[in-house]
Design a protein around this ligand. Structure first.
Ligand SMILES: [Zn+2]
Length: 414
C-alpha cells in the first residue's frame, strides 16, 4: 500500500486521491493535495457530467476535521466544466458544499456538537474560535434552509420568547402537530406575526390551518383571526393559568405591604405554595393554606378561587364549561379583589377562545416543551450577538428541517 493510500484510509477520505502531503506550522497542520476520484467533472446544480473547459482554475483550500490535534487542510484546483443545462460552471466538489471553505465533515461535526453542548465547549474540542463556529453554523443553516418550505401546517402555535438577557423579544411559530419550530422573527408585536403570515404561507396554506394556539395578547389573536379564516383559536392554557396565578400573587403582595407583625408573619413564604397546582400539594401544604381561613381571609378567598378554576380544564361539554366559567366569574367578581376582577375582565374578553379548549385540548404545551429546549439553547450560547445566531441554534435543535440529514451521508463522520 502506498503512503497516500494509507493516508486516505486513516483519514477516511473516501473517493479521493491524495496527490501530495506536507506538514506545516510545526506539525500542527497536515496539508493534502487531493482530487475527486470518481465524482469529478459533475455539475453542482444537476449532478450531470460535463466536458472540461478549463483544466484547473485557482487552487482552493478547505479546512477539514482535526485528528490527534492535527488540523487537516485540503488543497485542490477545481476544473471548469460545460454542463448541457447550466453552461460553464465550476465542477462539484464532493467533499464540500459550493462556496464553502470547510468540508462537509467539519460542518457535520460543528452541527452535531452544537446540538448537544455549549458553543464554548464545542470551540475547545474543535480547537476553533467560538465566532468561527457560529459563522460556519450560520452558513450551513442558511444554505440547508434555503428554499425549504413549510408543508402541511394544520395546527399552529405562536409564542414569544426573550433573548439577550430578557432585553429583546422574538416571536416563535410552531407546528404543534409535528412539535417543531417553523419560524423565528424579531419582535413580539403585530408587525412580526404579520411578516410570518405574509412571507411564509400562501393563501391556500392559511386556509388549511384549522387550529391555532397563542397567549392572550391582542397582537397574536387578531393576526390569527385576520390571516387564518378557518382556524379555531384556543388560548393557551398555560398563559391563562399564569395570569390567574399572578392575580393571586398580587393579593398576597398587597396584604404583605398592608400588614405588620404577627399578621404579616402568618403569610410569610406563601408565594410558591399559592402558585402550586393542587395535584402537587402534600397534606401539609394544604393544611398551611387552610389556616389562612382564620389568619387572612382575602388571600384564602383568592386561593380557593384559583383552586376551583382548575376544574375548568376537565370539562368535555361546551355547555357545562360555559356555565362553570360564568359561575366562577360571578363568584370572583363578588370577592371584590381588584386583581381578580381584572382577571375576570381578561377572561371575558377571550371567553370564546378559552372555551374552545373544551373542543380540542390544544395547548402550546408541546410548544412550551420546545420553549424549554429553546431556553437550554439560550443558556448554552453565552450571549447571542444577534437573533440570527439564536435562531440558528433553534433551527438546529428543534427546527422543522433535520439539518444534519442534509449533509451527504458518506461524509457524516464524527
Ligand atoms: Zn447542470
Amino acid at each position: 500500500m502506498s503512503n497516500s493510500k494509507l493516508l486516505c484510509k486513516i483519514l477516511r477520505l473516501k473517493e479521493m486521491k491524495i496527490t501530495w502531503f506536507e506538514f506545516k506550522d510545526r506539525g500542527k497542520e497536515l496539508h493534502l493535495g487531493v482530487k475527486p476520484f470518481k465524482n469529478g467533472c459533475r455539475c453542482p446544480e444537476c449532478g450531470r457530467r460535463g466536458g472540461i473547459v478549463r483544466l484547473a482554475t485557482d487552487e482552493r483550500t478547505w479546512t477539514d476535521i482535526t485528528i490527534f490535534g492535527i488540523k487537516i487542510v485540503l488543497h485542490y484546483a477545481p476544473k471548469e466544466i460545460d454542463c448541457p443545462t447550466h453552461g460553464r460552471i465550476q465542477e462539484e466538489i464532493p467533499w464540500a458544499a459550493v462556496r464553502a471553505r470547510v468540508t462537509y465533515r467539519l460542518e457535520y461535526r460543528i452541527c452535531a456538537f452544537s446540538q448537544i453542548m455549549t458553543q464554548k465547549a464545542a470551540a475547545a474540542i474543535l480547537k476553533m474560535a467560538s465566532s468561527t463556529i457560529s459563522d460556519i453554523l450560520h452558513r450551513v443553516i442558511t444554505r440547508t434552509r434555503a428554499g425549504h418550505k413549510i408543508r402541511g401546517l394544520v395546527t399552529l402555535g405562536v409564542d414569544e420568547i426573550s433573548y439577550r438577557k430578557g432585553k429583546k423579544y422574538a416571536t416563535i411559530v410552531y407546528d404543534l402537530d409535528r412539535s417543531c419550530v417553523l419560524w423565528v422573527g424579531k419582535g413580539k408585536g403585530r408587525a412580526t406575526i404579520d411578516q410570518f403570515f405574509n412571507e411564509q404561507l400562501s393563501d391556500r396554506q392559511k386556509k388549511q390551518i384549522r387550529w391555532a394556539s397563542c397567549d392572550m395578547s391582542r397582537a397574536y389573536t387578531e393576526a390569527i383571526k385576520h390571516h387564518c379564516p378557518n382556524a379555531k383559536l384556543v388560548i393557551d392554557r398555560f398563559h391563562v393559568v399564569k395570569a390567574l396565578n399572578e392575580a393571586v400573587d398580587a393579593v398576597r403582595k398587597e396584604e404583605w405591604h398592608k400588614l405588620e407583625g404577627d399578621e404579616r408573619k402568618a403569610i410569610k413564604g406563601l408565594r410558591w405554595l399559592l402558585g402550586m397546582h393542587s395535584r402537587n400539594r402534600t397534606k401539609g401544604h394544604t393544611r398551611i393554606l387552610n389556616k389562612l381561613r382564620d389568619s387572612n381571609r382575602r388571600i384564602h378567598r383568592a386561593w380557593v378561587l384559583k383552586d376551583e378554576f382548575e376544574h375548568f380544564w376537565n370539562y368535555s361539554y361546551l355547555g357545562s364549561a360555559r356555565q362553570f366559567l360564568k359561575h366562577w366569574m360571578t363568584t370572583a367578581l363578588k370577592s371584590r379583589i381588584p386583581s381578580l376582577r381584572k382577571f375576570v375582565e381578561t377572561l371575558k374578553e377571550h371567553q370564546e377562545n378559552i372555551l374552545s379548549f373544551v373542543e380540542r385540548h390544544l395547548t402550546n404545551a408541546v410548544g412550551e416543551g420546545l420553549n424549554r429546549i429553546i431556553k437550554i439553547v439560550k443558556n448554552r450560547a453565552s450571549g447571542f450577538r444577534s437573533l440570527e445566531s439564536f435562531a440558528d441554534l433553534i433551527f438546529l435543535t428543534v427546527g422543522d428541517l433535520d439539518i444534519l440529514a442534509q449533509i451527504p451521508s458518506k461524509l457524516r463522520t464524527l
